[in-house]
Write a protein that binds this ligand. Structure first.
Ligand SMILES: [Zn+2]
Length: 212
């Protein structure tokens, strides 16, 4: 039986990614937020569609291209009517696509409002000696690694740093003390040698509600 419990935490923002753009109205760089409205412009046989964002400081608008000069015939009628109707599901799908958004706005606002989805990669929860955590961070999120660990493992931040000092917590390919104070990063892997007392409790927190 493996004594190592391997888990994956996927950290996503609790809100749609917000582009950081220079606002022409208030002349400053601001995060822009979408209210879920689309603008569709059919010009003869071509169609353009944008998702409308507003400056969080002054309400100035920015139109995020969704379709650019596309032949009307190349778009499924169902998608077209959804675009026209600001279909909430389609809007959410577009708004949450951070990779596509980066094509138009290279800088996205890092958010502290996060959601952590946990899954077990291998091992089991009965008396694990070691906990291995792999972080997937597909969106720009801002929480520091020590805060994330404290929150998600139900330990104090002092305890997290004490474990690091005692070499019971190590971040792979990084200076652990430094990595703990930095925002979480895609692909970070860390290992915690679990204290005998409390091992199962910590393992339970690491796995969350996904069970094992
Ligand atoms: Zn503005």
């Amino acid at each position: 039986m493996s004594e190592t419990l391997c888990v994956k935490w996927t950290i996503t923002a609790n809100e749609h990614p917000q582009p950081l753009l220079h606002c022409r109205r208030c002349c400053s760089t601001q995060p822009f937020r979408t209210g879920g409205k689309m603008r569709v412009n059919a010009n003869g046989k071509r169609i353009d569609a944008w998702l409308i964002y507003r400056c969080t400081a002054c309400d100035g608008t920015w139109n995020r291209p969704v379709l650019e000069r596309r032949p009307v015939g190349s778009i499924e009628p169902e998608i077209l009517s959804k675009l026209m109707a600001n279909d909430a599901e389609l809007v959410a799908q577009i708004a949450s696509d951070a990779e596509d958004l980066r094509r138009h706005a290279p800088r996205l606002k890092e958010t502290a409002e996060i959601r952590v989805t946990k899954s077990v990669l291998s091992g089991n929860m009965s008396r694990p000696r070691t906990l291995h955590i792999v972080l997937a961070v597909p969106q720009p999120v801002a929480p520091r690694l020590d805060r994330l660990l404290a929150e998600e493992l139900s330990l104090s931040r002092n305890r997290i740093h004490a474990l690091a000092k005692a070499w019971a917590l190590t971040v792979a390919k990084a200076n652990t003390a430094r990595a703990l104070r930095k925002p979480v990063r895609e692909g970070t892997e860390l290992t915690i040698r679990l204290p005998v007392a409390g091992a199962e409790w910590i393992a339970h927190s690491a796995v969350g509600s996904c069970g094992a």
